[in-house]
Design a protein around this ligand. Structure first.
Ligand SMILES: Nc1ncnc2c1ncn2[C@@H]1O[C@H](COP(=O)(O)OP(=O)(O)OP(=O)(O)O)[C@@H](O)[C@H]1O
Length: 268
């Protein structure tokens, strides 16, 4: 696929829920593209519709209007080319299966032969630094390690796009920093396209090559900001850069505007 052809295209996406006391307009109108190989973060105030947007992107919820297209095909059901990593790692892994079998499960479901499957599982676990944990069970691992297993499972599946829904919200700060670096490394090593949803402004700037800021509901894209930080990022030096501070201030101000319901800024 040529570099500039979008992999994911969201066009005038609108979602109105039928609530008990009338319609709730969660998403007003969202339009954006993600090109192959990009790492895009989506950030927005609580209740702005991030989960609703992800459900529509992953084919779990039909939009009220507009469309989602992945690799040229309209998304109407969970696409085979997409893997999703959720916040609740504890509920996304099967406790009665070893790490090896948890990671291999989607490949087994896809009919990948055993030998090939085991090799892919081992590669993915090596990539997330858990090559030694093949025969352990999820409940024998820390929260951060379980989330690594969930990332390995998504990676082993070789998706065209990896969607992550606030994946590090439930882990401690040190683990979170390690996992952020892991996402950047996986993205760089494997060249997979990543769409990362977070409510954490610093995280969005540290991780992203682009940050899409959402407004409050009914949601629109408030700003699409290019993150012009060096590709090699480091928790200490990158976060100490004056440019990092400028960018996080810009995102913070937009989010505050969004919370106050102020008008949309011109795209950067
Ligand atoms: N099933 C539903 N029926 C009616 N309204 C809903 C439903 N699901 C979500 N909403 C409303 O849609 C809006 C967006 O909700 P959503 O959960 O997508 O936001 P969010 O950005 O993911 O929130 P948070 O960051 O707090 O998790 C909210 O006003 C919410 O109350």
């Amino acid at each position: 696929m040529p570099e500039n052809t979008p992999l994911l295209s969201v066009r005038d996406l609108k979602k109105t829920y039928q609530g008990a006391s009338g319609p709730v307009e969660a998403i007003g109108s969202i339009t954006f593209d993600v090109r192959p190989g990009e790492l895009v973060c989506i950030v927005g105030p609580s209740g702005c519709g991030k989960t609703t947007l992800l459900k529509c992107l992953s084919g779990l919820l039909p939009p009220t209007a507009g469309s989602v297209t992945l690799d040229g095909a309209e998304v109407t059901a969970p696409p085979k080319k997409m893997a999703v990593v959720f916040q609740e790692y504890g509920r996304s892994l099967y406790p009665w299966l070893t790490v090896r079998d948890n990671v291999g499960l989607p490949l087994k479901a896809r009919g990948v032969p055993r030998r090939e499957r085991l090799a892919a599982v081992e590669r993915a676990l090596e990539e997330v630094g858990l090559g030694h944990a093949l025969d352990t069970y999820p409940w024998q691992l820390s929260g951060g390690m379980q989330q690594r297993v969930a990332i390995a499972r998504a990676v082993a599946y070789e998706p065209e796009i990896l969607v992550m829904d606030e994946p590090f919200a439930a882990v401690d700060a040190q683990t979170r920093a390690d996992l952020e670096d892991l996402v950047r490394r996986v993205w760089q090593d494997l060249g997979v396209t990543v769409l990362f949803v977070t409510h954490d402004i610093d995280e969005s700037v540290y991780l992203g090559e682009r940050v899409l800021m959402l407004s409050s509901s009914p949601t629109v894209v408030q700003q699409d900001l290019a993150i012009d930080l060096p590709a090699a990022r480091d928790q200490l030096t990158t976060r100490a850069m004056p440019r990092f501070t400028e960018l996080r201030t810009q995102v913070y101000e937009q989010i505050q505007r969004a919370k106050r319901g102020e008008t949309v800024a011109a795209p950067s």
